[in-house]
Ligand binder design. Structure first.
Ligand SMILES: NC(=O)c1ccc[n+]([C@@H]2O[C@H](COP(=O)([O-])OP(=O)(O)OC[C@H]3O[C@@H](n4cnc5c(N)ncnc54)[C@H](OP(=O)(O)O)[C@@H]3O)[C@@H](O)[C@H]2O)c1
Length: 319
């Protein structure tokens, strides 16, 4: 198990407003994406509350984007997306047996990357049982085979499906070293009450929920509860499955974007999400290397403070 580390050194990077503006020249061209491998000491990380292990605050999702089947050209494209992610300091890769061929494609890509390039991988997948597949342990073994791993860093119960059955199995797997962390996920507001009840009664390392600059319901209850219970938070759908880009289409970036080094709307949206103190990691999904570079640049940007966060949300709501 990883050793515990000091509490939240990432706060050093929580710069905003005048302070951030004053520092911008010293920090250099914040909008530029790093050309080569990231210096791990220089990227924004957050500790996993249950252990203190730090992970980069930007990870990646694989829903739809890595579900490319047998197509060799598409697999090669995704290989470059994953290679770029890892080279720029990325850690968490999130998938699920629900995502068609995504797990298989992730495994195919990992197999083609040298060990030195995958050293920072934080593997996260899910158990997702339906009437077709009720055997959680068998499904998780299949996921390990597809990814080519002996154990996952994180195993989550997908959409809270059959969580009563899976959580005891995951606790056993954690004790036996088959998985390092356990969690539960949802992307539906209607499951939030159930998720809160699980968070209150069961030991969890992570929850995964939807949060973005326009969908902020989780700020009222789930994010404070996660902070209070020492549960890490993974944020899915930071771009509302991409539809937020239609909301901002043709709109120039507001002046405050420069204060957080954001050169694009994607960077504004990701900075908003990861600047919430209860958030551990955000997992945007992309099929494109240029979008991956854009998203990963946020790991080197200063974050907005509470006042700027309010302004960002107000301005986006007003569009
Ligand atoms: N219940 C659950 O457990 C659950 C539910 C939902 C999601 N998730 C996880 O969360 C991940 C993320 O959520 P999501 O995939 O639904 O949606 P998302 O990350 O909010 O949006 C993905 C879309 O954003 C676009 N995009 C990414 N970066 C961009 C950029 N820099 N500029 C412009 N467009 C950009 C992508 O298009 P391009 O390909 O063109 O970049 C893609 O269409 C999923 O992949 C999955 O791993 C889990």
């Amino acid at each position: 198990m990883p050793s515990a580390r000091p509490a939240d050194p990432s706060r050093r990077r929580l710069l905003a407003g005048a302070a951030a503006a004053a520092l911008l020249p010293a920090l250099g061209p914040l909008t530029a994406t790093p050309a080569g491998a990231a210096d791990p000491a220089d990227i924004l990380r957050r500790p996993i509350p249950s252990t203190g292990e730090e992970i980069p605050v930007v990870g990646m999702g694989t829903w739809i984007t890595f579900n490319v089947g047998d197509s060799e050209p598409l697999r090669q494209d995704r290989l470059e997306v994953l290679r770029t992610f890892l080279a720029l300091g990325g850690g968490m890769v999130d998938s699920s047996p629900m995502y068609g061929t995504a797990e298989e494609v992730v495994g195919w890509c990992l197999e083609r990357l040298p060990a030195a390039e995958t050293a920072g991988l934080f593997s996260a997948t899910k158990v997702w049982t339906t009437w077709l597949m009720r055997d959680g342990p068998q499904q998780m073994a299949e996921s390990r085979r597809l990814w080519g791993l002996d154990r996952f860093d994180l195993m989550q119960v997908h959409n809270l499906e059959d969580w009563e059955d899976h959580l005891p199995t995951l606790a056993d797997d954690k004790a036996a070293g088959r998985v390092r962390y356990v969690g539960v996920t949802t992307s539906h507001g209607r499951r939030h009450d159930e998720m809160a009840r699980i968070m209150e009664r069961h030991p969890l390392d992570f929850i995964q929920i939807t949060y973005n600059i326009l969908d902020r319901e989780v700020e009222d209850r789930l994010l404070p509860l996660a902070a209070e219970r020492g549960i890490g938070v993974i944020v899915n759908r930071p771009f509302r499955q991409g539809s937020l880009f239609r909301t901002v289409a043709g709109r120039p970036l507001p002046g405050w974007a420069a204060e957080i080094g954001a050169a694009t709307w994607a960077q504004v949206m990701l900075s908003f999400v990861v600047s919430h103190p209860a958030v551990t990691c955000v997992i945007p999904a992309t099929t494109r290397v240029d979008h991956m570079r854009e998203n990963m640049a946020v790991l080197r940007h200063p974050l907005p403070d509470a006042a700027l966060r309010r302004r960002m949300a107000d301005d986006l709501r007003a569009l």
